[in-house]
Write a protein that binds this ligand. Sequence first.
Ligand code: BEZ
Length: 215
Amino acid sequence: MDDTATPRLPRLGEPAPDFTAVTTHGRLGLADFRGSWLILFSHPADFTPVCTTEFIGFSRIAPALAERGVKLLGLSVDSVYSHIAWVRLIEEKFGVKVPFPVIADLDQAVARAYGMIMPGESSTAATRAVFVIDPEGVLRAMIYYPLSTGRNMDEILRLVDGLQATDAHGVATPADWKPGEPVIVPPPATDEEAAARLASGEYDCTDWFFCKKAL
Ligand code: BEZ
């Protein structure tokens, strides 16, 4: 059976699939990012227009991610020479220096481990995937976009902010949440807790299960 036919997807809350790979910054593995947050992302191909806009976007948010303790690592199934030529072109033509390493996944080993190859889209290129991996190496979020649609950099920053708010404060974040806005307090687990919460007036509650607070 063609093993690209059924992509194996990694699972949230489990250790991210391990790898070592050739990159534009030398050989790197998941272990090299231990202790930092990591955004591993794939793009279909070097020297393509949507991917070029995304590389410019990821390069522009790299400082904001670094402030949040997040490193970036790109990937496509192109060669390291192609990656080098493309990032040099991006600097020359768009004035943007790509600061992060890019995996040259010629044998699709990393792409397959992360389920980046979606044969319905392409069996020879990775789709547009984003994996947020925490400092312990646990996969915390995944986003998959089709070949046709460039990703939203603000959403990637927002996702990191939400995950880090959850870790720091034990809260959840509502739809369209942005830092500075109220967060969701986890619902009470018992009837007694529900009554106590409403009586306490501690949170801004619309109902017993729907309470917000400022951070
Ligand atoms: C692009 O980046 O422009 C692109 C890459 C693969 C398929 C379609 C578009």
